[in-house]
Structure formats: structure tokens, C-alpha cells
Design a protein around this ligand. Structure first.
Ligand SMILES: COc1cccc(CC(=N)NC(=O)c2cccnc2OC2CCNCC2)c1
Length: 389
């Protein structure tokens, strides 16, 4: 039963593990567009496909509520991601996006939205090859429709619609192990509001630790320490693009951002994404950059709190300021903005600051996958330069 579906897909298969004679690159060649299935896959009779227009307030609301009530929970089912409507519009209406890749499933009678899956176009470099890919995300099936085997048909349908746009590769992440991860990352958390985190059960009071001692342990300065540290502005896009492209060039897998991408993904957008940079006071050169995105979680079954305000480390570049000092300034502004916790994966150079800045290891892993693209060896997290939302 294990992975009956994934064994039919062009992804690294367990039986090929360790066979380093297999070449790096696409597993299957593109299909002539005329041979791509023209009509949607069949759903169970009671359901129908729908395209979700995220520009429509009403549809965006439906998507928001479906995810708020049915999307990913932590291993102990204490928290559930609660992506905001603003965030979802930002994450899905990206430069060059296809509305047809924002796919919903409705119950025919009630017209209720019961499932969702999305793709967005991205240029991803793998070693020396820039590949047009779809980034797949937000796969969600209503809790009441689980184990109806809807996920495989939704994955096939988004794949079909991506193929229709002549794109043959994809990237996605999951908390579960599927055939076959290209990288397996550990996530880490830095307490900003330890009292709330302990009250809601996200963190536990350390052995031989009092609450006041714990609050003191995680206390941060009121203001940032790096001179020239300021929010990113539109005029900074060219310099930040140069800085980011140079930095990301060292990783095996990373986005191939241009100025248009940087403007969309990294310009500050309230309650969605925050980005800061260091402008040298002497020559006004931009030498460093840090960013984090806003992803709150609903707190399931707590009397005093309903929402965990979490910041997620996004892209960070340090060329003059020590990365640890730069990230400490990111923690300081996140605390100023009333975040409860700052999360990070051990990707890129993050491992270098996690322990020093008092991050604790999370209780799970995030696995990265490529669809129809083989890489000879799985990456260490430090070789991965891609952060998905
Ligand atoms: C605290 O509330 C949670 C609500 C749901 C799940 C989890 C645990 C979890 N699965 N965390 C992550 O996947 C994670 C931890 C650190 C950084 N990025 C992450 O995931 C991102 C990237 C993948 N898509 C979801 C958001 C926590």
C-alpha cells in the first residue's frame, strides 16, 4: 500500500536509491502539448473542479476558511497553520502566475469548497541549470473527506495543468517522507514571548528553570544594534537583487530571482513579509539583508489564547555584518512587532546562528522534493537555498 501513487510518478524511486549511474536532470522528457490530456481528471461523482480566482474577495475567503479549518497541524494537533487572506494573495498572485493553477474541488450540491491545491511558476537553478518549475503548495482536503483518495487525483490534475503550460518540473515540501527527499531539514524555534509559548504548550519550562529566569534568558534589546540597519524600500530592489543572486549562487538548489521577483517576494508587505538591510553609513553600499514572513497558527483548545504569532526566516545574506548579529537584529524587530516565536530551517548558513541565538530544535522535519528531476545525491540542508511558504 505504501506510496502506491508515488511509485507511478517520475520522482526518485527507492529502487533507484544509490544508483549513481542515473544521470542528473529530467527523469522523463516533455510530452508534445498535443498529447497532454486535454480534459480534467475524473473526480468522485459528487464533486467538481473549480478554478479559485484569488482576486475575488469571496473566493479568497472560501480558500482562507478551508485552510484555517483543515490545513497542516503540528504532530501533537495543538496548532494549525492560519495563513491570512493577504498572505495567500501574495503567495499565489505572483509575477507570471496562472489562475488555472489555483485549483479547488467543490461538492456539486452545496458548492462548498472542500479541497485545494496550487502551483506557481518559478525559475529554480539546480547546480548549473536554471529550470522553469511549478512550486506546489497548499494541498488541503477537508477533514471529513480524508482517505477518499482525493489527493492523488488533485496532484495529477495540477500536474496536467502545469504540463499544459509546457512546464515539466516541480518543487514541493512535506512533513512526511515520500519517494524521495532531495533534502531533509530540521526546524528550529526561537522564543520571543516565552510566557505565552509555555502557557499554550508550544514550549516547556526547562528543568531547574523558573518562569522569570526563562523570560530573562530570552530577553532582547529594545532596538537593533547594527548601524545602517533599516527596512527595505522599492529603491533598494536592484542592490538587493545583486546581493541575493551572488549569495544564492553558492547553493545546489536556489531560486533564480530577478528584480521583478525580488520586488514581489522581498519588498515589505504588512503582516505578510518583512525585510531589512544594512546600508553602510560611509559609502551607502548595501552589504547585508534579512527577511521573515508572517504565518500565524491557530491554537487549538486553549482558553486564553487563539493565535500564535510566528515569524518564519526567509532569505538572509550577510557579507559585512556577522550573520549572527544580523539575525539577532531580525529577532529584535520581530519582538518589536509582537511575534511570539521566530522559526527557521537549518538551510543555507542558518546552522551558524541557531544555537548562539538560543533557537531550540523543533520536533519535526521538513522534506524537500523535486518532481521529474533527479539530482545525483541528496543535499545537506546547508546546500539548499530555497525557502517555500
Ligand atoms: C506552530 O504551528 C504549527 C502549525 C502546523 C505545523 C507545525 C509544524 C510544522 N510542520 N512546521 C513547519 O513545517 C515549518 C517549520 C519551520 C519553518 N517552516 C515550516 O514550514 C513552512 C514551509 C513549508 N510550508 C509550511 C510553512 C507548526
Amino acid at each position: 500500500k505504501q506510496h502506491k501513487f508515488w511509485e507511478t510518478q517520475p520522482v526518485g524511486q527507492y529502487k533507484d536509491a544509490g544508483d549513481s549511474t542515473l544521470p542528473e536532470g529530467p527523469i522523463e522528457p516533455p510530452t508534445p502539448l498535443s498529447e497532454v490530456k486535454q480534459e480534467p481528471y475524473n473526480l468522485p461523482a459528487a464533486y467538481e473542479w473549480t478554478t479559485c480566482d484569488m482576486d475575488s474577495e469571496e473566493t479568497c475567503d472560501e480558500v482562507y476558511l478551508l485552510l484555517k479549518n483543515n490545513y497542516v497541524e503540528d504532530d501533537e494537533n495543538m496548532f494549525r497553520f492560519n495563513y491570512s487572506k493577504e498572505f495567500l494573495t501574495w503567495a499565489l498572485c505572483v509575477p507570471g502566475y496562472y489562475k488555472s493553477w489555483h485549483i479547488g474541488v467543490r461538492a456539486k450540491g452545496s458548492k462548498k469548497l472542500v479541497a485545494f491545491i496550487t502551483g506557481i511558476p518559478a525559475r529554480i537553478r539546480v547546480n548549473d541549470n536554471v529550470v522553469k518549475m511549478a512550486e506546489i503548495n497548499f494541498l488541503c482536503v477537508h477533514k471529513k473527506l480524508r482517505s477518499k483518495r482525493l489527493a492523488p487525483v488533485m496532484i495529477k490534475e495540477v500536474t496536467r495543468r502545469v504540463h499544459l503550460e509546457n512546464i515539466w518540473q516541480a518543487a514541493y515540501t512535506a512533513g512526511v517522507v515520500l519517494p524521495t527527499p532531495v533534502a531533509t531539514c530540521q526546524y528550529w524555534h526561537r522564543s520571543l514571548n516565552p510566557k505565552k509559548l509555555i502557557d499554550v504548550g508550544f514550549s516547556r519550562l526547562g528543568a531547574r528553570m523558573t518562569m522569570s529566569r526563562t523570560i530573562k534568558l530570552y530577553k532582547l534589546p529594545e532596538s537593533t544594534v547594527t548601524s545602517g540597519f533599516r527596512r527595505m524600500e522599492l529603491r533598494d530592489v536592484p542592490a538587493v537583487t545583486r546581493l541575493l543572486r551572488n549569495y544564492l549562487g553558492q547553493f545546489v538548489v536556489a531560486p533564480d530571482f530577478d528584480e521583478n521577483d525580488v520586488e514581489h517576494w522581498l519588498l515589505p508587505h504588512e503582516d505578510v513579509v518583512d525585510s531589512y538591510l544594512v546600508e553602510s553609513p560611509e559609502n551607502h553600499e548595501i552589504t547585508d539583508f534579512c527577511s521573515f514572513y508572517t504565518l500565524p497558527s491557530s491554537i487549538l483548545g486553549n482558553q486564553s489564547y487563539s493565535t500564535l504569532k510566528a515569524a518564519y526566516s526567509y532569505y538572509n545574506v550577510a557579507t559585512k555584518t556577522p550573520l549572527t548579529q544580523l539575525m539577532n537584529d531580525a529577532l529584535i524587530v520581530a519582538k518589536q512587532k509582537d511575534f511570539d516565536v521566530f522559526n527557521a530551517l537549518d538551510v543555507m548558513h542558518n546552522e551558524g546562528f541557531l544555537k548562539d541565538l538560543k533557537f531550540g530544535p523543533g520536533d519535526g522535519q521538513l522534506h524537500y522534493y523535486l518532481y521529474n528531476y533527479r539530482i545525483r545525491n541528496a543535499m545537506k540542508p546547508s546546500e539548499l537555498g530555497l525557502v517555500l511558504l
